[in-house]
Ligand binder design. Structure first.
Ligand SMILES: *Cc1c(COP(=O)(O)O)cnc(C)c1O
Length: 385
């Protein structure tokens, strides 16, 4: 029986809390590849660490509890997690992806899985009517992000889950931007939720990891088979680090979001800014849906400078905020999607979905909000032509 009710407590006490043998409050790092067996066919639950490792298992039970699913799996990166999930399907199957999924997700489908006879359709998953029109009988899954990278567009997860179910397809949600503290897709009807735990779950820009949670025992068995067969597992020490990070997720996210609201207000009031994309703004695309399915709008913002501002100068003038790939760390990070995270998407497709050369993506950190604001304001001033 659980002795807590709220997710803030589950972040700390969920999965396997502490070490039963010694009473250590943290799960030890079981840095071992193999396990002594008591006799032929007799083991103590572990045989080989690709198949199962107690530190990784503690993390896997924790994320399964947080996402309210049946089983969790930890991988060496978000892309390894996505690759494992895509390995559930076979040649001839088709997967529908949102038009602004993570660039690496598009790349692995286009450049790797397509070589194995796998098909994909890029669709605007925010428009259910348009979405239902592109569905062919070979569609076996939908892979969506909400809010999606980098325009923070919102997809109605519950509605897409119903559509997927009616077609006998699975709904996979990449929940990296929200984390289970803000949004839990399995509770909205998704079948699989996955994370680049490199981002908010890790939270300190010091590790690369991926997590998957499935809603059913059957999917759990299939995914465990794939995890063991293909081997892209997370190492024990990184599993330990990730458990440690997840304990502070609620306080970090609260500060991330508090700062974000301050920065959004500042950008909206600055004449140098042409557009601000943030799903927590009442005039944003999908605001009502996001309010229904998520706790808040999260801590990612994208924006465009007006004509007459030099974007290169803007990036070069930032002093506190680092120009870097990635997001979700304690430090504020800014990136240029067109040449960085989304460079693997052809320009025509990019422009069509709104990822213009002038788009700037900001991952708001947990520094003092006023310091972040000051840095942005001075860099905007410097960028004026
Ligand atoms: C970063 C990211 C990934 C890829 O994860 P890695 O840990 O870098 O392999 C997948 N999806 C989203 C939304 C991401 O931001």
């Amino acid at each position: 029986m659980k002795n807590y009710e709220f997710i803030e407590s589950a972040l700390i006490h969920g999965g396997i809390y502490g070490d039963e043998r010694t009473g250590a409050v943290n799960t030890p790092v079981y840095q071992t590849s193999t396990y002594m067996q008591d006799g032929l066919g007799k083991n103590r639950g572990y045989e080989y660490s690709r198949t199962g490792n107690p530190t990784r298992e503690a993390l896997e039970l924790l994320i399964a509890e947080l996402e309210n699913g049946d089983a969790g799996f930890a991988f060496a990166s978000g892309m390894a997690a996505i690759t494992a999930v895509l390995s559930l399907f076979k040649s001839g199957d088709r997967i529908v992806i949102s038009s602004n999924v993570y660039g690496g997700t598009f790349r692995v489908l286009d450049k790797v899985f397509q070589n194995f006879g796998f098909h994909y359709t890029i669709a605007d998953t925010t428009d259910l009517e348009a979405l239902s029109k592109v569905l062919t009988p070979d569609v076996k899954a939908f892979l969506i992000e909400s809010p999606a990278n980098p325009l923070l567009t919102v997809t109605d997860i519950k509605a897409v889950a119903e559509l997927a179910r009616s077609k006998g397809a699975l709904l996979v949600v990449d929940n990296t931007f929200s984390t289970p503290y803000i949004q839990r897709p399995l509770e909205l009807g998704a079948d699989i939720v996955l994370h680049s735990a490199t981002k908010y779950l890790g939270g300190h820009s010091d590790l690369i990891a991926g997590l998957v949670v499935v809603r059913s025992k059957e999917l759990g068995e299939r995914l465990h088979f794939i995890q063991n067969a293909t081997g892209g597992i997370l190492q024990p020490f990184d599993s330990f680090l990730l458990i440690r990070s997840i304990k502070t997720l609620s306080v970090r996210m609260d500060r991330h979001v508090e700062n974000t609201l301050e920065i959004v207000k500042l950008l909206k009031g600055n004449d140098a800014i042409k557009t601000v994309y943030y799903p927590g703004l009442p005039d944003a695309q999908g605001y009502d849906i996001n309010q229904k399915q998520a706790k808040n709008g999260g801590a990612m913002i994208s924006f465009e400078l007006q004509d007459g501002y030099d974007i290169r100068k803007f990036f070069e003038s930032l002093k506190l905020i680092a120009l870097a790939e990635s997001l979700g760390g304690v430090e504020s990070l800014v990136c240029h999607p067109a040449t960085m995270t989304h460079a693997s998407i052809p320009k025509e497709i990019r422009e069509k979905v709104g990822i213009t050369d002038g788009l700037i993506r900001l991952s708001v950190g947990i520094e003092h909000g006023k310091d972040i604001a000051k840095d942005l304001e001075q860099a905007i001033r410097e960028a004026k032509l």
